[in-house]
Design a protein around this ligand. Sequence first.
Ligand code: HEC
Ligand code: HEC
Length: 148
Amino acid sequence: MMNKHFRLTLAALSAVVLSVGCAVSYEKVNSMRGTDVSAPDVPFEAKTYQGKKPGLQQRVARTFNEQPPVIPHTLDNFDEITLEDNQCIECHGLAKFKEKGAPKMGDSHFKSEKVDMTRWQCNTCHVPQVDATPLVKQNFVGNVSPKL
Ligand code: HEC
Ligand code: HEC
């Protein structure tokens, strides 16, 4: 039979083990931006696009085959793309690209002479750039030497 003293020591010991165990398994959960998940969302810091008005920007080298090239110019002051209107096509479409000095949209974007509807919402694939620190560390390297 265990003596009283031994039983007390055992109880105290398991209490210590339990509390250490709890402390170890408790991990603070953070969002990717480093804020506590239960904290209210902090509004994004508004960043301006790196590029300015179209016409004077350097095209950005592509980093992998079939990459939709990123947009080197700002989109500020452009209208939203709607079912009827698409300002992007006013410069990048077949009718005016030469006059506007804009790169012509890829041939894959057209069905006959018309812009295919799968390519209508340009910004699902083409994105403008801001100078921002990546939210998470990444080690992406491209796989093509770009042909511009
Ligand atoms: C006023 C004319 C104009 C409008 C409107 C315009 N662009 Fe451009 N875009 C250009 C010009 C010119 C360039 C070449 C780089 C430069 O000089 O800015 C260009 C470059 C690009 C490129 C880079 C192509 C490559 O091969 O590197 C993409 C992608 C692009 N634009 C997408 C868009 C999208 C999407 C929209 C609509 C949201 C749009 N552009 C609206 C004139 C325009
Ligand atoms: C589903 C994705 C997707 C959509 C939507 C899309 N593009 Fe593209 N775009 C691409 C890809 C991929 C390329 C590169 C390969 C190619 O030409 O198909 C490209 C190439 C381009 C190029 C460069 C062509 C060249 O190689 O010189 C321009 C300019 C462009 N797109 C403009 C636009 C505009 C303007 C719109 C909207 C009217 C648009 N794209 C919609 C995926 C897309």
